[in-house]
Design a protein around this ligand. Structure first.
Ligand code: ADP
Ligand code: MG
Ligand code: MG
Length: 873
């Protein structure tokens, strides 16, 4: 026989089995604290319930019944009794707390007879019927899915009839009447009587809590926080205590430290004569916890003693629920409290100072992802509270932005040049919009998912972006959009919250992030444990500086294509692409060379001696070509050829599936002169900076999209020839490396052969994911939602590395690469490089570094430190 149900005093600290709430109730029982007793139906019983097509086995049912008998003994009360009825709460509790995501039923056990027993026992008929009507409402809502508001309506009707304003003004007889009406509603909705057998009530409620594990809120919450759906929830069945028995009763919630600032000292609220959710529901305004000292000095003293004891015991800030019943204090819950990033850092640092935890423990206390909150401009919390969102879409890139709406990249850039704060609003963005995007404070798109062009580029730049707001009706021609019934035109103010996806139709004050104080102290501690290096992806000196500012130790990916979109270059680039003869192309490339060299000089200077990996040109060429007739005519004119001729050249470059087309190293195979020009620029720049500044730079030249050793060899020969020529010409010495991205599956499979030639690998996990799954990251957003909903995938493989599939390819390439070349340098440069779970994976497979966008560098540093502490070999 399996044990599915445990009394609190039999259970222990095992959160996986008992859920967080249950494990802590068990622990508090062991500490001899005043806890209403009860029992726990384990998470295993929940997963079992789902395995058996949502039925509960007799074994579980029987164990619940015998635990109930035990609880009756402990309490001296009886379920459904006419003299002294036992009432319980039925509470959800997963391994990790998911506040507000699942359901709880209070006052269970009340029936037409038990309510009389409760009235008699307490001498308080009003209280008894108030509890009963609350129970009917909760049970109907949570267990039977009759909407809450149909009950609220009945309450409102009765209040009108009685001519009163508040619930509290209804007397015992009114509440009796209300119970009658509630039961009638139940009967009408379900065609059966409200269950009068407490055991049936209990079993139904337990199943309902199991079911709430799969409600849509909970599913979304898990996806956002990366918890698997097979954990299940435990159910806690606990004796009720009553905060609603009069003026010597009450209920409240409190934190041992302030959860938004981290300041030490009790922080919380309570209400006299209230039950459960009343405090959070905001019907009455609660009192600050400190006032309890005046209201009930004895209780307050005991409360403070216990909360100090709990914080010392768990060695972390506690979030506690308590209830006072006729002057007697009970604790109903404690857990490590949720907190803002600011508070998390302050608490971690101060707990070390207070000697409660070690530095190492402190480093494990802050969630890497949370740091994100601190790395972007934020809304002034007061101003945000007063604002009302007019729409919501995907929180694609965090941060807060407020500014005037512009509808084209050009308008956005011009406005920014005039000193305006700009929000670029587009149907969707494309690579040509890059300058407008860079100039904008925020980006809003009607189409696109979390990995759309706008989202990826915005995250890279650390610019706030809200994407995929389908409710917007945009008219790009007239430069207007309509949302929530209001039309916005060019120059109107809006605000975006990239952390929530909220859109506001007004200006909201923002404040800049600061990386000082506790943040700085904390990161220093983290770096002390870290072994994995952290680099940044940076295409411009400005990004590079940002990365260094956030602690980057090099550049893991410098993309060169963005450099060609600038106004004075795109024309030369286009000439190069449509050139018919090599000679013509070389001429155009020679024009580009000094500009490209200048880019690298700026980047090397920003990075000083830190390593820089530069990737040769990667995207399909047609991305650079003009699309509008006007632009094509302009280019034809410049090149003195006919519009028709140019147009047909452009059409000839069209590809059905450009992501798998003529791109990456394939470009250099067709047009070696491109690789040659870029290598020349990379080396010339390094030589110049070495000479002028004395920095000893070792450029890492990276060839993208390689899938074969000979292919690599062909391009790398061009690179080396150009590089060696430049070095020889200069008379200086310079070391450089030539390596590749591992981003097509074949490269991972033949990594041992490629490593014979390549001096480093960098895993380009965006493409590797795309090609391993066989779906494009620009299109996947459309159907992945269906996959989440149907439980096929739990998270976006473009945001969180698919360790089982893509990760296996990475592992294979690491092993094969090292087998051929033991000192091969290994890193990752995909979007995944800043995702904490991926960083942990990279540590485990033994990469040398991860690289991510500048604003994620601190997150990666912390994730790498935690991995080193938890998984040190
Ligand atoms: P959540 O996890 O959403 O906070 P809980 O299970 O903690 O849900 O319960 C909701 C509310 O009901 C809390 O305020 C809690 O303190 C209160 N509550 C739960 N069980 C009892 C009980 N046995 N006696 C009195 N109040 C209770
Ligand atoms: Mg709770
Ligand atoms: Mg790629």
């Amino acid at each position: 026989m399996n044990k599915w149900v445990y009394m609190f005093k039999e259970a222990d600290n095992n959160k996986n089995l008992f859920g967080g709430k249950g494990a802590n109730l068990a622990e508090m029982t062991k500490l001899d604290l005043p806890i209403p007793q009860g029992f726990i139906v384990t998470t295993e019983a929940c997963t079992e319930y789902y395995k058996n097509e949502k039925t509960m086995s007799d074994e579980v049912v029987n164990q619940i019944k015998s635990s109930l008998a035990e609880l009756e003994k402990i309490s001296g009360k009886k379920f459904g009794d006419t003299e002294n009825p036992l009432l319980v709460s039925v509470r959800s509790g997963a391994r990790v707390s998911m506040p507000g995501m699942m359901d709880t039923v209070l006052n269970l056990g009340l029936t037409d007879v038990a309510v009389e027993g409760l009235a008699k026992k307490t001498g308080n008929e009003r209280f008894a019927y108030d509890s009963y009507r609350r129970f009917i409402q909760m049970f109907s809502d949570v267990v039977m899915e009759i909407p809450k508001h149909s009950f609220e309506k009945l309450i409102d009707e009765l209040k009108k009839e009685k001519n009163v304003e508040f619930d509290t003004q209804l007397d015992a007889n009114d509440l009796k009447e209300l119970v009658k009406r509630f039961k009638a509603l139940y009967q009408k909705e379900l065609n059966s009587e409200f269950p009068q057998d407490p055991e049936t009530q209990l079993l139904e409620a337990v199943k309902a809590v199991f079911r709430s594990w799969m409600n849509p809120r909970a599913i979304v919450y898990r996806r956002m926080n990366d918890f698997p759906s097979d954990w299940g929830t435990a159910v806690n069945v606990q004796m009720m205590v009553f905060g609603n028995m009069g003026d010597t009763s009450g209920t409240g919630v409190a934190f041992t430290r302030n959860p938004s600032t981290g300041e030490a000292g009790i922080y919380g609220e309570y209400l006299i004569n209230a039950q459960g959710e009343d405090v959070v529901a905001g019907i009455r305004t609660p009192n600050p916890i400190t006032q309890l000292e005046q209201d009930m000095p004895e209780v307050f003293k005991q409360f403070m003693d216990i909360s100090n004891q709990l914080e010392k015991h768990y060695r972390d800030m506690q979030d506690m629920e308590f209830t006072v019943e006729n002057g007697k204090l009970y604790f109903l819950q404690t857990r490590n409290g949720k907190r803002t990033a600011d508070a998390a850092l302050r608490i971690a640092v101060e707990l070390v100072k207070e000697g409660m935890i070690t530095e190492k423990e402190a480093v494990l206390r802050v969630e890497p992802k949370q740091l994100d909150q601190l790395l972007h401009p934020m809304f002034d919390p007061k101003a945000l509270k007063e604002a009302k969102p007019i729409g919501k879409a995907l929180p694609a890139s965090p941060g807060a932005a407020t500014g005037k709406v512009y509808f084209t990249a050009e308008d956005a850039k011009n406005a920014a040049d005039r000193g305006e704060q700009v929000i670029l609003t587009r149907l969707e963005t494309s690579p040509e919009d890059i300058e407008g995007m860079a100039a904008a404070r925020g980006i809003l798109t009607v189409r696109g998912g979390m990995t759309s062009h706008a989202a990826v580029v915005a995250r890279g730049m650390g610019t706030c972006c809200v994407s995929g707001c389908g409710e917007i009706k945009i008219n790009e021609e007239e430069k207007t959009f309509t949302l929530d019934g209001k039309t916005f035109k060019e120059g109107d103010y809006i605000s975006l919250d990239g952390s929530t996806g909220n859109i506001y139709g007004e200006q909201i004050k923002t404040v800049d992030p600061e990386i000082t104080g506790n943040f700085e102290i904390f990161m220093k501690w983290a770096d002390g444990y870290r072994t994995l290096k952290v680099r940044t992806n940076a295409d411009t000196p400005h990004d590079a500086q940002n990365g260094v500012h956030f602690g980057a130790e090099g550049i893991g990916l410098c993309r060169t294509e963005h450099m060609f979109f600038e106004e004075d270059r795109i024309l030369k680039m286009r000439k190069m692409i449509v050139a018919k003869e090599e000679e013509e192309r070389v001429k155009a490339l020679n024009d580009l060379l000094p500009m490209q060299k200048g880019d690298f000089v700026g980047i090397y200077e920003a990075m000083q001696e830190r390593p820089v990996t530069v990737r040769l040109l990667d995207p399909p060429l047609h991305e650079f070509l003009p699309h509008t007739e006007e632009d094509i005519k302009h280019l034809a004119n410049e090149m003195s050829i006919s519009f028709e001729e140019l147009n047909s050249t452009i059409e000839g470059l069209h590809e059905f599936n450009p992501m798998m087309g003529h791109r990456g190293c394939r470009l250099s195979v067709s047009y070696p002169e491109i690789a040659k020009m870029q290598s020349t620029a990379i080396i010339q720049a390094a030589l110049q900076v070495k000479k002028e500044k004395g920095y000893n730079i070792i450029p890492e030249i990276m060839i993208p999209l390689v899938g074969d050793k000979k292919e690599f060899q062909y391009v790398s020969n061009i690179v080396k020839k150009a590089a060696d020529e430049e070095i020889a010409k200069s008379g200086q010495e310079l070391k450089y490396l030539v390596g590749t991205m591992i981003e097509v599956p074949r490269a991972a499979i033949v990594a041992d052969k490629i490593a014979e030639e390549a001096e480093f690998f960098s895993f380009g996990t965006n493409d590797l994911t795309q090609m391993t799954f066989g779906f494009s990251r620009d299109d996947a957003g459309k159907f992945l939602e269906d996959y989440y909903e149907k439980g096929i995938y739990e998270s976006d493989p473009f945001a969180r590395l698919d360790q089982e599939g893509v990760g296996e390819l990475v592992k294979m390439a690491v092993e094969k690469g090292r087998a051929t070349r033991p000192n091969i340098k290994l890193g990752i440069c995909g979007e995944h490089g800043g995702d904490p779970s991926t960083v942990e994976f990279c540590y485990k497979v033994g990469l040398d570094y991860v690289s991510c966008s500048p604003f994620r560098v601190p997150i990666a540093r912390l994730a790498a430190a935690q991995a080193a502490i938890l998984y040190a070999k």
